[in-house]
Design a protein around this ligand. Sequence first.
Ligand SMILES: O=C(O)C(=O)C[C@]1(C(=O)O)C=C[C@@H](O)C=C1
Length: 415
Amino acid sequence: MQTIYPPYTNNLNSLVRTSPHKFTGTGSPARLSVHCISRSDSVQFPNGIGYSRADWQTTCAILSSKVVSLDQPTDKSSEENLNLIPIDAATSRNGSPAFPPQKALSITDLSPAPMHGSKLKVAYQGVTGAYSEAAAGKAYPNCDTLPCDQFEVAFQAVELWIADRAVVPFENSLGGSIHRNYDLILRHRLHIVGEVQLRVHHCLLALPGVRKECITRVISHPQALAQCEHTLTKLGLQATREAVDDTAGAAEYIAVNNLRDTAAIASARAAELYGMQILADGIQDDSSNVTRFVTLAREPIIPRTDRPFKTSIVFAQDKGTSVLFKVLSAFAFRNINLTKIESRPHRNRPIRLVDDANVGTAKHFEYMFYVDFEASMAEVRAQNALAEVQEYTSFLRVLGSYPMDMTPWCSSRDD
Ligand SMILES: O=C(O)C(=O)C[C@]1(C(=O)O)C=C[C@@H](O)C=C1
């Protein structure tokens, strides 16, 4: 049984610490590609800073995980259970505080600040004008953004300290899940530290002067093509669809190559940036087209209970009957709302053979199940639910416990 917990439990043995690699290169390329990142040339092994930061965070996490259990009443005071310093120990003889009062830490304080002393650097997949860039701006206003040519590169940029965070799309209300990122998060030691929901407003873009009738090809990110499928048909375009890496990249490609027979699905901002005209505005099949992005960091944030939190986990079910039902019941019995379930092939063990001498051999596909639920890992009910889930699973990892995006939807058109 393999269980990987970030430091949300009070079991010290199960703590996982990310490696304190530090990027020492100067400056960053305009757009990161896989060729730019190589563990051996760009990483220098540490000077100890990473260790002390991780230690501090781990300590905070353990303290915050010692919440009072409602299930097991105790005669100790809640302060003792919470490991709080008693008030008299923190005050001097005359009753005034022994230390000057300090500003309370907020959630952003607890998420590690950039180590290079400058603005937070946020990696995303695509070029300037991509929706992912807008999502990065919503998550971290005033950040420096780092365009990457692939999702994998954005993940690696954070792992190798080239960026402080990555913002990657996970699901869209029309197009569904971005499977690539579900697979990548399992392969990388990053933590989900936040989520951002962005209303995606698509436009059909062409070079100035080009009419709709001249378009024989529409190019865009596969998600954008899927989100506009019906509208493209309704527009009466006699055009083939072609998938490219990102929406803004599609607009840039048309502009750079002066393609007068090709249109792109991208944002109004991409039209402005690459000198394109808008042939049709708001071509997504549903006006409330929303993409949910997650923000990734090397360290987890400390889960809290004073605002709505979501937790994302991934597990592989153990042998037995009704395992999935039992796992889901662990949440249902504790009134924990699930917001998403996704399954992906179990890449290390994709097929399980079950022999039955009488009828032959059944071939079951094995899956990794990703579940998002509305509770913080600082809540006892969430800790208990996971303890129960652990009994039915051969692998369990907490991907992150993070504040839910409760802001009104911000449209990519407004940016
Ligand atoms: O191509 C972009 O602009 C992206 O940011 C990628 C992406 C995605 O992968 O889903 C992001 C938001 C939209 O749903 C369409 C495309």
